[in-house]
Design a protein around this ligand. Structure first.
Ligand SMILES: NC(=O)c1ccc[n+]([C@@H]2O[C@H](COP(=O)([O-])OP(=O)(O)OC[C@H]3O[C@@H](n4cnc5c(N)ncnc54)[C@H](OP(=O)(O)O)[C@@H]3O)[C@@H](O)[C@H]2O)c1
Length: 272
């Protein structure tokens, strides 16, 4: 039985992944912001619920990530897999208490920070796995990191790509620096979840009209993180670009100087 932490596991694609991994007989720890959604998730697990727990955490701040990691480490010596499905979708200018944009703080930095703090428990696993969910962003060196990490003022159209690509760089960094650890990035596809709740009205309206035609099922969007957690026949670091198609993989090969720059900056910001 593996111990699998799903950050974002109280909602949407993360909840579906947690459900599927619970069916496999694993022990699940869910992290999320809203305790009511956490309780509802546990209640929906039926007979498997005793193998799942929920921790409420605000992962948009450094303190929130530190507190969450501390609570996880208090309860678990070993973590076999860490799955990041946390995310916000906002194009508005706003700042966390650390002065960072929430899209950057949640969709990238909290993943780096939480994984770094949980490395002692991940190192106790036979083949630790770290997976990060993003939108469709194939690995490429054609991205502008000059605004990293402030992204001020926030420009969603320009900044979403470098922020999401930082996940790919972190997967490459983990593979290089943590022997035996497998890391990857998974495209979520397009699924009907809570992700659009603070998106602009026209995006929510578009999703309502086009959703029934274009949306992937939650099962399809969760498929590749579930399979990557189940099987150890993949060569880290990898990017899965096609929801529901585990065999469609792209090796993550990126400029190592850029990776080092992003990791140094992430370490300076978080201290981890
Ligand atoms: N659905 C799509 O079409 C789509 C498209 C592109 C990318 N994605 C990515 O896929 C992943 C899964 O998203 P989803 O579609 O399943 O959306 P979702 O249902 O809204 O799930 C997002 C999760 O992130 C958590 N979260 C957000 N802010 C947080 C914070 N400050 N602290 C702790 N947890 C926080 C949410 O917790 P609460 O619910 O408790 O706030 C929730 O569990 C995300 O990384 C998202 O960016 C999804």
């Amino acid at each position: 039985m593996k111990t699998i932490l799903v950050a974002g596991g109280n909602s949407g694609i993360g909840l579906q992944a947690a459900r599927d991994l619970l069916t496999d007989g694993h022990q699940l720890v869910l992290l999320g912001r809203d305790p009511r959604k956490g309780e509802a998730a546990l209640a929906s697990f039926g007979t498997g619920a005793h193998r799942a727990s929920f921790l409420a955490a605000d992962l948009s701040t450094h303190d929130g990530v530190r507190e969450a990691a501390g609570r996880v480490l208090d309860q678990h010596d070993r973590i076999d897999a860490l799955v990041h499905t946390t995310g916000v979708f906002t194009s508005q200018e706003s700042r966390t208490t650390d002065g960072l944009h929430p899209f950057f703080a949640v969709n990238y930095l909290s993943r780096y920070h939480l994984a770094q703090l949980l490395l002692p428990a991940l190192r106790h696993a036979e083949r630790p796995v770290v997976l990060m969910m993003t939108a469709a962003v194939p690995p490429t060196d054609e991205a502008d990191f000059t605004r990293f990490p402030e992204f001020a003022p926030f420009d969603f159209g320009h900044d979403r790509k470098p922020i999401q690509l930082a996940n790919h760089h972190y997967a490459a960094h983990l593979t290089r620096t943590e022997p035996g650890l497998a890391a990857g990035v998974v495209n979520a596809g397009a699924a009907k979840t809570d992700i659009l709740r603070i998106a602009p009205w026209y995006m929510r309206a578009g999703a309502k009209v086009l959703g029934p035609v274009l949306f992937d099922s939650l099962k399809t969007s969760a498929h590749n993180v579930v399979e990557a957690t189940r099987y150890d026949d993949w060569q880290s670091p990898l990017y899965w670009g096609k929801p529901g198609r585990f065999e469609r993989r792209t090796p993550i090969t990126l400029n190592t100087e850029t990776t080092q720059h992003l990791m140094d900056t992430s370490r300076t910001l978080t201290g981890a």
